[in-house]
Structures are given as C-alpha cells and as structure tokens.
Design a protein around this ligand. Structure first.
Ligand code: NDP
Length: 342
C-alpha cells in the first residue's frame, strides 16, 4: 500500500515517515526543493520504499496536480501535514492563513481530479488550535472537547502571529470537512483529522538539532539556554509527544473507528515550571546554569487554565501517551548530546 505524505521534511512528518517505512508501506513524500529531497533520501539511507516529489509551495493554485496526476493511481492513503507553523510574521494572510487554507483545499482538489477512485482515507494534520479559542484558554471554567471550534474569524485573528496561526488551522480543517461533505458523490475517501496540542520530543535525526528548532521544541531549547538569573514567563499549555502524534496519523487511516473523527491528541497540561523541574532534576550539568524557578509549584499554574477533555479520542486510539517527563527528557537529552554535554 502506498501513502502520500505532504510536508515530508517537517518535525512531525519525519516521525510519520519512519513509522510508515517500519511497517513496510511505500511512501511518497512531498518536499519543497531538490536539496531537501537529497537530504531526506540520504537520511533514510535510500530506502527503496521512499520516493519524493517536489511541491515548492502548497498555496500555489493546483500545487498538488503534478503529484496526483503522476502518482495518484498508486496512492491509497494521503496524510496532509504541510502547513506553516511559526508566529513570526505580520503578513498573516500571506504567511499563515492562505497557505494553511489553500494548501488543504489544493491537495483535496487534486485527489478529486486524479485519484478519486483510488484514495480511500485522507488524514489532515489539524491542531488543538482549531478547537481552542485563545481568549478562553485561561478560563478554568472552560472545557474544550472534540466538538469544539476556535471562535476566531478571518478578520479578528489578524492581530498577532499566535492568533493568526491558531485560526489558520481552524480554517484549513473546516475547509477539509466541508470539501468532504460537498464532494461525497465524487470521492471515495473518508476524512480523519489529527489535532495535536504542543508537540515535544526528539528530532528523528540527531543531525537536525541545531541552534533553532521547530516552533514547539524550541520552547524546551529556549529554557535550556536561559541564564539562571533570567525571569521565566509563567507560560502554560497542553503537550503531546511526537512519537504518539505520528502513531495517531497511522491509526487515522488504518483503523475503521477513526474514520470521520477528529482525534485530539494531548496528554494534559504543563507549565514552564514543570519543564524547568525536569531539566534541573535529570541533567545535573544544567543546574546553576538555568533558572530553578519555584520547584514543585507547577500545579499552581496549571490549575488556572481551561481544560481540554480528549477522553473520546483516548478511547478510540486506546494506547498510552508518553509522559511529559519522558518527552521533555528525550528532547533535552538529544540537544545536550549534540552539544557534547551529555
Ligand atoms: P514543521 O515546521 O517542522 O513542519 C511543517 C512542514 O510544512 C515543513 O515540511 C514545511 O516545509 C512545510 N510547509 C510549510 N509551509 C509550506 C508551504 N507554503 N509550502 C510547502 N510546504 C510548506 O512543523 P511541525 O512538524 O511541527 O508541523 C507539522 C504539522 O503539524 C503542521 O500542520 C502544524 O500546523 C501541525 N501541528 C504542529 C504542532 C506542534 O506543536 N509541532 C501542534 C499541532 C499541530 P519547509 O520546512 O521546507 O518550509
């Protein structure tokens, strides 16, 4: 069976590729350039089951037509992971909203045009940001579930990079569900979305650890490089390990009970203090160099925020998610190893 994975060079996608290849799938990945193609083929040691196609920009009209026209008859499953994930722009439409939305519509349209009979399952990597309304995130009386939608509008979200990124994922996911409904009679596939919270965990390849990591792992990298006397923002959110996110993408097309579902993958709340506690406890080489904060007080921060109840997803997936401790430990250990500090 052949699986198409868009955005194959991404942090999460590389773990998906690795798990797919271990299960003997044939994988077609899309990357933006021939440089990335060469790098990925080398990293996966020229595994004959992995081929790559170039899609320079998912927001270009008909961006995926070439790939689906050329390879569509082979493809049974499609995992659309490509989407910009950073907060670092003021051009919200061009850099976040349009690529997220148009990228999703483009890949679905190309499937409809060239592989309507062959593609059976489509998985779109959405996000908890599509379910969480930022303004309600700090309200302890609010509970978000698989049924919730971020209330931001196209206009209201364009205040800063975080709001715009959150909303970009909502518009992209909404478009995917609408497309599937509107085209019921013209397509074969069933849609599933995977909605992860902040994703931690090691890069698949040590060589990809460098100064600045992908947006979510950079939060841990940033704390490892914060001087002991600096103040640490009392940031809190919800987390999940990348290996569990990748597995959810496989279940999302392999299992019958995931069809038509939004899989909210998170293993609960954390705050910066929890990360500092893990770093200081597990890595003596960091003690004295990074802030201690107020050890053991993480829960106080966590009690303040909203809750995301994903018990429906946990029941469907049925596997245990990795703990914050394991996820942060493995992320930090890889960074320190790369710096010869382990
Ligand atoms: P990465 O930045 O590592 O991966 C994003 C991927 O999308 C990269 O391969 C990137 O290519 C590609 N991409 C972005 N914009 C474009 C574009 N315009 N055209 C073509 N390709 C593009 O981040 P993650 O692995 O963390 O994110 C993967 C997915 O998971 C995204 O959909 C993200 O929204 C979602 N997600 C991530 C979470 C997290 O905490 N990490 C949480 C919830 C959801 P390149 O690097 O070459 O630009």
């Amino acid at each position: 069976d052949t699986v198409l994975v868009s955005g194959a060079s991404g942090f999460i996608a590389l773990h998906i590729l690795s798990q797919l290849l271990k299960q003997d799938y044939k994988v077609i990945g899309t990357v933006r350039s021939h440089e990335k193609e060469a790098k990925l083929l080398r990293q996966f040691q020229h595994n004959p089951n992995l081929t790559l196609e170039i899609v320079p920009d998912i927001s270009h009209p008909n961006a995926f037509d070439n790939v689906l026209q050329k390879r569509g008859r082979e493809i049974r499953y499609v995992l659309h992971t490509a989407s910009p994930f950073h907060y670092d722009t003021t051009e919200y439409e061009k850099d976040l909203l349009i690529p997220a939305l148009e990228g999703t519509k483009n890949i679905l349209n190309s499937i409809k045009k060239y592989a309507a009979d062959t593609v059976e399952r489509v998985v779109v990597t959405s996000s908890c940001t599509a379910i969480i309304t930022l303004a309600k995130m700090n309200d302890p009386s609010v509970v978000f579930t698989e049924e919730s939608w971020n209330e931001a509008t196209w206009e209201s979200c364009q205040t800063d990079g975080i709001n715009a990124y959150f909303a970009s994922k909502k518009f992209a996911e909404k478009a995917a569900w609408e497309f599937t409904k509107e085209n019921e009679d013209h397509i074969k596939f069933k849609l599933t979305t995977v909605n992860p919270s902040l994703v931690f965990g090691p890069q698949l390849f040590d060589e990809d650890v460098h100064g600045h990591l992908n947006t979510s792992c950079e939060m841990i990298n940033g704390l490892i490089h914060t001087p002991a006397n600096a103040s640490v923002p009392d940031f809190h959110s919800i987390f999940i390990d990348v290996r569990d996110v990748a597995l959810a993408h496989l279940y999302a097309f392999q299992k019958e009970n995931t069809a038509g579902k939004r899989l909210v993958v998170t293993n609960g709340k954390f705050g910066n203090q929890d990360i500092l506690d893990i770093l200081n406890e597990d890595f003596p080489q960091l003690r004295g160099l990074i802030p201690l904060g107020k050890p053991g007080t993480g829960d106080q921060v966590i009690d303040r925020g909203s809750t995301t109840d994903n018990s429906a997803t946990r029941k469907i997936l049925g596997y245990e998610f990795r703990s914050l401790h394991e996820s942060v430990h493995d992320t930090a250990a890889q960074i320190l190893k790369k710096q010869n500090r382990l």
